[in-house]
Design a protein around this ligand. Structure first.
Ligand code: NAD
Length: 323
């Protein structure tokens, strides 16, 4: 019998790419998202596509029925601008993971993947821009990003205890700033790479040459290209290691350097205005990939400039088409 994978959050950015990859690998896919199908970022007719609110237990029970592997990527989330002002909404994601775990355990699902985040890392390990890369152990003693990060850390803990107490084979990846085509690029939930691509593309299309940057632009991050994120997630899901693993690029840049990359791709130089009151998150963050490299002889490696080229062209085309 062909195995069925459930992708929860399939109407979103990473979920859509995961559905595509699983189908390319020959899996049957049940794709579920609370958004109506016409709002999904990518819709694959070959999948079983369902609109359902997975914060509700009966919806989770229905979604996992007959499924071998659950990928939980469903979450109410966005970039810093969203998560810093929607902490309660982000914490309510706990209902999705809780009910999916309970349903997966009841249905004796073989593997359960949880999309965690670098936002679980303790604030005091991220105080300077030239920060040492974050190792998995740096999430404790716990002081994660308020709201969103606490929910992810709790979600990880719950996955661990469902494994220890009930034998459900849970796996967890900590994503670091994933970017690529089909991600949110406007509306308030967008993250830095898509926001900067949009601002530069809008300036190019309108003939302006100004860009607004949140903070002083010297905060550091690493950005993970979507193809690397999908590859890493599948390795973590299939692997034997059951504790959380970083799935993130280790190519750290400042936001100013990110802007310079996009300017280079677009062939423009922008006048930079800095909004020092805008939400910026932690001062520095990078991914230590020692663990994933040692476990699976692999780590995310798409150069930022190469991934940004693809994202910028995609955002530019969307704007030009007026969508
Ligand atoms: P996304 O917002 O594009 O996708 C999430 C999807 O979940 C959305 O389509 C949304 O409608 C759906 N959803 C929300 N609540 C739901 C519910 N109750 N029932 C069913 N579906 C629901 O986000 P993404 O960037 O694709 O992120 C996927 C996962 O990866 C999330 O768990 C996110 O927290 C995690 N993550 C993402 C990043 C990143 O940089 N994109 C970084 C760290 C962690």
């Amino acid at each position: 019998m062909q195995q069925i994978s459930l992708v929860a959050g399939a109407g979103g950015f990473i979920g859509g790419h995961l559905v595509q990859q699983l189908m390319a690998d020959g899996h049957r896919v049940r794709a579920v998202d609370r958004k109506p199908l016409d709002q999904w970022y990518q819709l694959f007719p070959g999948a079983e596509n369902l609109s359902a609110d997975l914060s509700l237990r009966p919806a989770c029970q229905k979604a996992v029925s007959g499924v071998t592997t659950v990928f939980n990527l469903a979450a109410d989330m966005g970039g810093m601008g969203y998560i810093e002002s929607n902490k309660a909404a982000c914490m309510l994601n706990v209902l999705i993971n809780t009910h999916l775990l309970m349903a997966a355990q009841e249905a004796a699902v073989a593997r359960f993947f949880f999309a965690s985040s670098a936002c679980v890392y303790a604030a005091d390990k991220q105080l300077t821009a030239a920060i040492p890369p974050l190792k998995e152990a740096d999430s404790y003693p716990a002081m994660p990003e308020d709201g969103y990060g606490w929910e992810k850390l709790f979600g990880e803990r719950m996955c661990r205890h469902f494994r220890e107490d009930f034998g459900l084979q849970t796996r967890m990846a900590r994503y670091h700033n994933v970017y690529g085509p089909h991600e949110t690029y406007f509306g308030g939930r967008e993250k830095a790479p898509a926001a900067i691509c949009r601002k530069v593309a809008q300036a190019v299309l309108s003939g302006s040459n100004e860009i607004e940057i949140w903070g002083d632009g010297e905060q550091t991050r690493s950005f993970t290209y979507i193809d690397d994120c999908i590859k890493g997630s599948l390795l973590v899901t299939a692997g034997a290691y059951a504790e959380p693993v970083n799935v993130g690029s280790s190519e750290m840049v400042t936001i100013n350097q990110l802007v310079s990359h996009v300017e280079k791709i677009a062939g423009v130089r922008m006048l930079r205005r800095y909004d020092l009151d805008a939400p910026c998150g932690v001062r520095g963050r990078n991914s230590d990939n020692t663990l994933i490299q040692s476990l699976y002889d692999w780590q995310p490696s798409t150069p930022l400039i190469r991934g940004l080229e693809v994202l910028y062209r995609w955002v530019f085309d969307q704007l030009k088409r007026g969508s």
